[in-house]
Design a protein around this ligand. Sequence first.
Ligand code: CP3
Length: 351
Amino acid sequence: MARADRFLRACRRQPTDATPIWLMRQAGRYLPEYQRLKQQYSILELVKNPDLAVEITLQPVHAFEVDAAIIFADILPLLEGMGLRLRFVEGNGPVIDNPLRESADIDALAIPAADEAFDFTMRAIRSVRQSLAGKVPLIGFSGAPFTLACYAVEGRSSKDFASVKRLLYNQPRMWHRLLEKLAAAVANYARCQIAAGAQAIQLFDSWAGVLSPHDYHEYVLPHVRRVIGEIKEMDVTIPVIYFGTGTAGYLPLFKQAGCDVLGVDWRISLSDAWAQVGDDLALQGNLDPAVLQAPLAEVRRQAACILDDVKGRNGHIFNLGHGVTKETPVEAVDELVNFVHEYTRNGTMGA
Ligand code: CP3
């Protein structure tokens, strides 16, 4: 079995020979081979060039024994396809020059036909599948409606999401109209990725944890449910991973989104998370990305804590609780990936 199907089996909570592992943002700035390309091209140029996107997607698959590839793209070009003007400012993150302000802005948003508007990503997916030739599965992804709305309304990264909250509390109908449009765009984008060859879909709801459980339930959940429903309508066999941070206070609500795998951060133990959501769901996570800057012995110790906590259970996909940071040493990633396989193969889980 090994590398080829560990990840997809774990998504379905089937037994595996070792715990699968991949890392969010595994293709990126901590890799010298990515840095070299980044000296010549902007992030959007890399995403929009299928040959380069393929190359970057494969870099971590060649460098480490990770059990899945994730297509090199970003969550924000979808907003560009909807009519927003997106820039990445070096050292400052993404900026949208025409953030959503009033009702007419939302009316003006397009729902792009993703196979055409994101032809570069669809080509990259087809090409990666060919290059991988079954070595490891390929994950497609999108931002979830709420997290996309955060960027579309704030116009940049935010700490308190004041504009988003002002909109949803003051103009709830407008808010729901925006999330309906985003949900339609996300569902179409995800379905096109599946048609092109993505074998699982991860929805990044990175900022969903900034809301109260009540507000998440009222203002966000119905729209994520719709996205996952539309993906499942197309192909029920494609696992959907729903990831958020700061969600420990409302995991059972998150589960209602209808995903197969829940991605959690390090603020809750996986056994506590499973106690809350029940056994009929796989879990992905949840090492604090900061641990990768610790001595290798500490990396191993922290990983073992997580693995011991879920010992004997099917349906765990090892990952970080958020993306790899750019300061991460390559050796720490290599050590973590190998340790997770060795520890679960020889030690605790059996075959
Ligand atoms: O995981 C992978 O290896 C696939 C590629 C991937 C990127 N972005 C490439 C990227 C994925 C899955 C993403 C998701 C993404 N993008 C999220 C959700 C995950 C999360 O971290 O919460 C978000 C919020 C974004 C938006 C975004 N893109 C920001 C805020 C930034 C700038 C700051 C940052 O974290 O780097 C980006 C740029 C970006 N997207 C880079 C990469 C490799 C860095 C660009 C560079 O090389 O400077």
